[in-house]
Write a protein that binds this ligand. Structure first.
Ligand code: SF4
Length: 220
């Protein structure tokens, strides 16, 4: 029997998304965040318990085979609590696809991560784009790929530098949210909500139409 290798705790994955970073991207939401931003849109990803434990090589193979996407966005949860495993994940995907791009969200500021653990610095060194800082509900804004105006969109390599400069200078508006239908017919959504409280209202509408099960399992 072979060892599973490094493990990641994952809340959810999406094979294709066009509203969480440039171009079509896969998304990996990790499980667990030490912060508690009021109004966090991903409350189910905050506990470190739960999630699905996934071997890094298995997830790398899955991402590498997604030929329609140009990269992955790491969200959560807090990606930098599993930074070493995520750095290993990016290295593994790039063995087969050297041009595979990486973007990440973090509730921590870039400067703090640069002074962080070796794993956090390793992950930063492998990212093309970072959205940093906690979500601040009082500063909610309909910005490209960010939830509140304190959060920065930082190009860490030249890969998206021109696009980031253009967005910030001319086109810094919400990318909206995107609905996906799974192979089993289930609905899910992804994106940065353009208005506070969006998630509750949107999910209520989906539940009323029977497109999302209610927490008690009822439909409609
Ligand atoms: S850092 Fe992100 S995931 Fe963590 S509580 Fe804040 S908004 Fe939620």
């Amino acid at each position: 029997m072979t060892a599973p290798g490094t493990l990641l705790s994952v809340a959810r994955t999406l094979d294709r998304c066009t509203v969480l970073g440039p171009g079509p991207r896969a998304v990996v939401w990790v499980q667990g965040c030490p912060l508690r931003c009021a109004g966090c849109v991903a409350a189910e990803t905050l506990p470190f318990e739960g999630g699905t434990t996934v071997p890094v090589p298995e997830l790398a193979r899955h991402l590498g085979a997604l030929t329609e996407v140009e990269g992955v966005t790491l969200s959560g949860g807090e990606p930098f609590t599993q930074a070493e495993a995520l750095a290993e994940l990016l290295d593994a995907v790039r063995e087969e696809r050297p041009g595979f791009t990486a973007m990440a969200y973090s509730g921590f500021r870039h400067e703090r991560l640069r002074r962080g653990t070796p794993g956090q610095r390793a992950l930063l060194d492998r990212l093309d784009l970072l959205v940093d800082g906690p979500y601040v509900a009082a500063r909610h804004a309909a910005l490209r790929w960010r939830g509140s105006s304190n959060q920065r969109l930082l190009a860490l390599t030249g890969r998206y530098a021109e696009e980031v400069a253009r967005v910030l200078a001319e086109d810094d508006t919400t990318a909206g949210v995107e609905l996906s239908v799974g192979a089993d017919g289930s609905f899910s959504w992804a994106g940065v909500p353009p208005v506070p409280g969006f998630r509750e209202g949107f999910e209520e509408q989906l539940m009323a139409r029977g497109l999302l099960p209610r927490p008690d399992g009822r439909k409609g």
